[in-house]
Design a protein around this ligand. Sequence first.
Ligand code: PLP
Length: 284
Amino acid sequence: MAAIAYVNGRYRPLREASVNVEDRGFQFGDGIYEVLYVHNHRLADAELHLARMARSLGEISLHLTLSPAALLVIIREVLRRNRVSTGLVYMQITRGAARRDHPFPAVPVRPGIVITARTRPAPPTDIAAWAGAAITLPDERWARRDIKSTNLLPNVLARQKARLAGAYEAILYDAQGYVTEGAASNVWIVDAAGTLRTRPLGQEILPGCTRAAVLQMLHGTGIAFTQTPFTLEALRGAREIFLTSATSFVKPITRLDGVSIGNGHPGPAATELLARYLQHIEAP
Ligand code: PLP
């Protein structure tokens, strides 16, 4: 069965689907995107993703006439046409196609919308096999990382370095030596004193939807928790490190820059939160 993409109002075989060469997403990265996980036909954290998408659009002054409800209908149709019950949905929205010029088109053009989906294996059941490695790199991205922009070149280069190092993720740190986030995930640690920490929201990190869902889940776990920045040194000395994202769920990092973290195995906080998150996407 050929994969199908939604492109600007039409469902097209992926092989024939294309965007205009003057699309501002292609020319300037002038657009935003979202990635959603779908599990057994259920979209995980759909409201959070649609709210973040609306916020990203607002932050770049891109007006979309399609309502979130209409987008959901298209997403469901893309999933149906691709026979995806468990997998990922990618949604890109750009400022549309116009004669190349940096400022916004004087006469607004129709935004470009591309939605694709692909099957992915069911979530992990064996946390030890799910654990991975990370490397650390300076954060070289722009100052508005809270916008889910399609400008991903620094993220792409960081993830490529991670891949070449045999690692899953690149964990990024700012000029003051504080961890910001992963190239495509939010970062959490259980520090040497046993407190779970993740960086507070701000322009330095993407407000992860999985991060938000996991924060909700902390209530009732008895896990001591704070949203405070932490240094690279604290990261290296952490009892546990784990990542959150729509594609990583809760992913323990047991090796950092080639060195074991904690006892080298997934820790109790990551184990508990992965189990809770998987339950949450099973029955939100
Ligand atoms: N931070 C960055 C830079 C990301 O690209 C992502 C997801 O792709 C995340 C964090 C996690 O966000 P979410 O949990 O909404 O997938």
